[in-house]
Design a protein around this ligand. Structure first.
Ligand SMILES: [Zn+2]
Length: 178
């Protein structure tokens, strides 16, 4: 899916401001409601991360060198990074390291595997088929590429909108215990 949608989905599914916050929303250790929830921004970042840390590097260098955005001539190391960030092996290692470093990252860091999970059905055959079993197997699921099928693209954004709407409905239904 497009990178931005991954960020928005990660935030709604893997932050305390999103659905995991339940009816109450983000609260701190003492149960006080927070208005600045760091897990929201962390989940957004982890949702964007797999694409930014791979294709993003290529596009950023293209942009800085004045080549404009090019989909051809993508260097091999970018594909290596793409495989690393979009494979079960890469996710397992990355997630384990992140949680070992900072326990509380367990929730927002889930936006990374979620990104790849969403990519599987929304990337068709070709160079950007999700390399789930890299480096062991090139097998992959031939999905419906979001850049080919508009209904996949719009369906994703509608789903994200519905999920955020659900968050708002949940929060409105919360009554402070008296
Ligand atoms: Zn991706």
């Amino acid at each position: 899916m497009d990178t931005l949608l991954h960020g928005v989905l990660g935030a709604v599914a893997c932050s305390r401001t999103g659905l995991p916050g339940g009816r109450r929303g983000p609260v701190d250790e003492r149960g006080r409601r927070q208005f600045t929830d760091w897990t929201l921004w962390a989940a957004l970042g982890f949702g964007l991360f797999p694409d930014i840390a791979s294709l993003g590097i290529h596009f950023a260098t293209d942009l800085f060198t004045g080549n404009g955005i090019r989909w051809h001539g993508i260097p091999d190391f970018v594909f290596l990074l793409y495989n690393l960030t979009h494979s079960l092996l890469g996710i397992a290692i990355g997630y384990a390291l992140l949680v070992a470093w900072k326990r509380s990252l367990w929730l927002p860091a889930l936006a990374w595997p979620l990104h790849v999970l969403v990519d599987v059905p929304t990337h068709g055959d070709g160079r950007f088929i999700t390399p789930l079993f890299w480096p062991f197997s090139e097998a992959g699921f031939t999905g419906w590429s979001w850049w080919v099928f508009p209904w996949v693209f719009y369906g994703g954004w509608i789903a994200a909108g519905v999920l955020w709407l659900l968050v708002i409905v949940l929060r409105l239904s919360w009554r402070k215990p008296t």
